[in-house]
Design a protein around this ligand. Structure first.
Ligand SMILES: [Zn+2]
Length: 447
């Protein structure tokens, strides 16, 4: 009763369906390794199965993959879950599905109509693959016919970004049996492999490689290392999705990033800066926000967040300035400014023997440790509000009271330079100010 067939599944651009294809490819590989006479062939836009036999496939999935159980994430399904009332019923429904899929695959609509006759062909073409006919009735183990309604068999498609279904098909049950089948393969993939991310590219082979050979290795790596590894293999645009599980809707894909590969290196550098940065409050939340700015290329917002959090205050009794952590922050911030400045290069040449840094060092030697926090706060405040007059006044005051020399081009830099430039110079001043100690403790020289 099972005939040998060749099946073809084309890439649709719909992430759930296409991940289903990738996993189907993997299952066929597993089958042939176990001695089944079946062969898969994956190319960039199509997956071909040679020597497909329905009964072999059904046996392999229900016994080897599901261990005589139901489909994962579909507990309430009357077709593939425990609401089918028995595993036998589920197997009978699954068998019907596989025969339908093999029957309509690559067939003209008129031939599909014959296969789908008992399910009442609807007026709609599938809104996922745009290729197969949808039906008004559903597969069931019961003797009465059952209308096809929105259920978990198609919720996965709704949860994914950029698909036609969620755009205008909400409430419309036009998902064909082939797409439903690939959705089952997708659920099986998520369940057995438990990937942290799903990666979509416009090439099934590359997608297979990224999701299989790589994504699985990344379970224990953080996002930064993930991108680092990706960048070695990529020359294309890719989308990454995070997986979340909803008790009602099943598995939901949330688009996290759309990345041009050339940007990955830059992203890694920004992430390094953010990871090094010490936030006094809600560090993980703030780091996440900063990283989202990097992805959306909103670097000026990233700069703002860093300026606003430059000073690290220790919690508890003293609530004192933590010089080490603040210094790390200032240095990370300076690095960010240098990255943004790339191209003009005006900052690099000033990085050797910087006059503002020297001023910071000399002042630091004359100012009591307990007063440094206030000075840091004032300067940071003025930096945030671009209060150049204030900066000029406080620095001139500190210089003259402590009998130091005014740096070259001091007033020009403070009053006239670009905001990137003044932030950089003040950053260097802070760096010097924080990295050295007061050598004349006891004297009060900042008043
Ligand atoms: Zn379809």
């Amino acid at each position: 009763m099972s005939k040998i067939k060749e099946l073809r599944f084309y890439r649709s651009g719909e992430v759930v369906r296409d991940i289903g294809i990738i996993y189907l490819n993997n299952i066929v590989d597993e089958m042939s390794k176990k001695g089944y006479k079946v062969k898969g062939e994956l190319s960039s836009n199509m997956f071909k199965i040679k020597d497909f036999k329905e009964e072999d496939f059904i046996r392999f999935i229900t016994i080897d993959k599901l261990d005589y159980g139901y489909f994962p994430y579909l507990r309430n399904s009357p077709k593939y879950g425990s609401n089918a009332q028995s595993v036998e019923n589920f197997h009978s429904n699954f068998k019907k599905l596989i025969y339908i899929v093999a029957g309509i695959n690559m067939k003209e609509l008129s031939e599909q109509e014959k296969v789908l006759e008992e399910y009442q062909v609807s007026e709609n073409i599938c809104s996922i693959c745009h290729n197969n006919l949808a039906t008004d009735n559903d597969i069931t183990h019961k003797t009465t016919s059952k209308p096809r309604v929105n259920s978990k068999y198609n919720y996965s498609f709704m949860g994914a970004e950029n698909n036609m279904f969620s755009n205008y098909g909400n409430g419309n049950e036009s998902v064909c049996f082939e797409c439903e089948f690939l959705n089952l393969m997708y659920l099986l993939y998520v369940n057995t492999k438990q990937p942290r991310f799903i990666i979509y590219t416009e090439d099934l082979n590359l997608m297979n490689f990224l999701n299989y050979k790589m994504a699985l290795e990344f379970k224990n790596l953080n996002q930064k290392s993930f991108y680092k590894r990706l960048s070695k293999h990529m020359n294309k645009r890719l989308r990454t999705y995070k997986i979340s599980i909803d008790t009602n809707k099943g598995i939901i894909l949330n688009l996290t990033n759309v990345i041009e590969v050339q940007n990955i290196e830059r992203i890694i550098k920004y992430y390094d800066i953010i990871d090094r940065f010490n936030f006094s409050k809600e560090p993980s939340k703030r780091k996440e926000i900063c990283k989202s700015y990097v992805i959306s290329k909103n670097i000026s917002s990233l700069e703002n967040v860093l300026i606003n959090n430059l000073i690290y205050i220790d919690e508890g009794e003293g609530k004192g300035l933590n010089k080490t952590k603040t210094l790390i922050n200032v240095q990370a911030y300076l690095e960010l400014l240098k990255m943004n400045d790339k191209g003009s290069g005006s900052m690099e040449c000033k990085s050797k023997g910087n006059a503002f840094e020297e001023l910071g060092v000399s002042l630091s030697g004359k100012i009591p440790e307990e007063n440094k926090k206030t000075i840091m706060f004032k300067i940071n405040q003025m930096m945030k509000s671009d209060d150049r007059t204030g900066l000029f006044q406080i620095l001139v005051h500190l210089i003259s009271v402590n009998e130091l020399r005014i740096p070259n081009k001091f007033s020009y830099i403070i009053m006239k330079s670009s905001s990137n430039e003044i932030h950089y110079q003040i950053g260097r001043f802070m760096e010097g100010f924080l990295s050295s100690k007061n050598t004349e403790e006891g004297k009060v020289n900042d008043k």
